[in-house]
Design a protein around this ligand. Structure first.
Ligand code: PLP
Length: 436
């Protein structure tokens, strides 16, 4: 309703009541205005009614929702099912133009606005979570692995001779495949055991760089969030090495936004040395369905180059889900979840330690890993060859998901001990009732 319509309403309903109604609407609109003007995540989460009002306003700005629209092209935002239309709040055009995923789409002012706002709110949250000097980011409708691939492909044009990517080892398939799919050869640098922790072997990284020569290296590909006993890479030192040898540095920050330590590492790395981009998963950090990631960095022009590498238009769903989620939580709600996760991790750590001791086992000491825990299973291993794998299936049948049991000698662990990996307190956390 606009002013004219409110005036027209006064002929039907008492003017005083209409005025109240119009003030009610104004309260919603003030929130929208603050978002549009500042492009920041609101402190307090919005009501669903405000969010829905906003989404409907955006949708009617798109040409597929114009009354009397006569689309004669092959892509005009047609959908056969009303269910599908409603599932997407009638935002059907997706985001971007053929040449750039961040570009404005003339047929879809509403979707374009949604895209710009989401990226701006996402940047606000990334800064708030600890990478204060991040200058640019965008949401891509691809999970983390493919988003890393996009970063590597963007670097290819800048480094035509490069064949190799230096990669401190992490046992996760999609980040390995992200390099293969981009057409590069991963150069695996084994980690070193320090106490119980597996840490970046900086000397080996530097030796590899000297051995292969900088021009032949596309980038260093490091990792923050990972399973214990591996700990986040030594980002500061890696970033310094990258700056010294003039080699790009891409950071896999898959589930690191939820951890102030991981974010701090990225901030320090960028301050002391070189980080070109860091990539984080939407589902792992923001409790939305799988299918999106945020690519962020410190140079607007490089982040824009990556967004220009994306061929064609893209799905708006991950952006829409992220925006709805952040507007629902507000910065207070998100920070509260981060705080709860941290507390949950200490609680988990304390109790897994007690449990381990009660069974003559040991919680490994991995203080540099703020997200994941590992405990030994020596006693089980002594019992029989299958006891350890049985534990895995017992946890599974008791509906414990996300914990991993790694049998001794399995290729996945280099620490020489069989480790049960209790990962991801976020998963535990997200099983709790969600904030209203
Ligand atoms: C989740 C994750 C990835 C990427 O997985 P996607 O399915 O592509 O999102 C990469 N590396 C690590 C360490 C991860 O945890």
């Amino acid at each position: 309703m606009n002013t004219e319509n409110f005036l027209a309403s006064e002929r039907l309903v008492n003017a005083a009541y209409v005025r109240q109604g119009s003030q009610g609407r104004r309260a919603h609109e003030l929130r929208l205005r603050a978002l549009l003007e500042q492009g920041k995540c609101p402190e307090d989460g919005w009501d669903e009614s405000t969010i829905e009002l906003f989404l409907h306003e955006l949708a009617i700005m798109d040409s597929n929702n114009f009354l009397g629209n006569c689309g004669v092209g092959e892509r005009e935002g047609r959908v056969a099912s009303g269910l599908v239309a409603r599932r997407h709040y009638r935002l059907i055009h997706g985001i971007g133009r053929s040449g750039d995923i961040s570009a404005v789409q003339p047929k879809a002012a509403g979707s374009s606005l949604l895209n710009k706002l989401t990226n701006s709110v996402a940047l606000d949250i990334i800064k708030l979570a600890g990478v204060r000097t991040a200058s640019s980011c965008f949401v891509v409708p691809m999970a983390t692995g493919m988003s890393l691939t996009l970063c590597f492909l963007t670097l290819r044009h800048k480094r035509p001779k490069a064949k190799y990517i230096i990669w401190p080892r992490i046992d996760q398939k999609s980040c390995f495949k992200s390099m293969i799919t981009a057409g590069f050869e991963p150069v695996v640098v084994e980690n070193v055991l320090e106490g119980d922790e597996l840490r970046t072997d900086l000397k080996a990284v530097e030796a590899k760089i000297q051995d292969l020569e900088a021009d032949n290296i596309l980038c260093v590909h490091s990792t923050t969030s990972c399973f214990a006993p591996r700990v986040p890479d030594r980002l500061e030192e890696l970033a310094e090495i990258c700056a010294r040898y003039d080699i790009p540095h891409i950071v896999n920050n898959a589930y690191g936004v939820q951890s102030s330590k991981c974010m701090h590492l990225i901030q320090q790395g960028a301050r002391r040395g070189r980080i070109d981009a860091f990539v984080q998963s939407l589902d792992k950090n923001f409790m939305v369905p799988v299918g999106g990631a945020i690519i962020a960095g410190f140079s607007d022009s490089f982040i824009q180059e990556i967004s220009k590498m994306y061929p064609g238009r893209a799905s708006a769903s991950p952006s829409l889900d992220l925006l709805i989620t952040l507007l629902t939580l507000g910065t207070k709600g998100y920070q509260q979840l981060l705080k709860e996760r941290k507390e949950m991790f200490s609680y988990l750590s304390e109790n897994v330690k007690k449990l381990a001791e009660a069974y003559n086992e040991r919680l490994l000491e991995t203080p540099h890993n703020p997200i994941s825990l590992a405990m030994s299973l020596r006693e089980l291993d002594k019992q029989s060859g299958t006891a350890v794998t049985q534990l895995g299936s017992m946890l599974f049948t008791r509906q414990v998901s996300g914990a991993r049991v790694v049998p001794l000698g399995s290729q996945q662990t280099s620490s020489g001990e069989a480790n049960m990996m209790c990962r991801d307190c976020w998963t535990l956390n997200s099983h709790q009732p969600q904030p209203a």
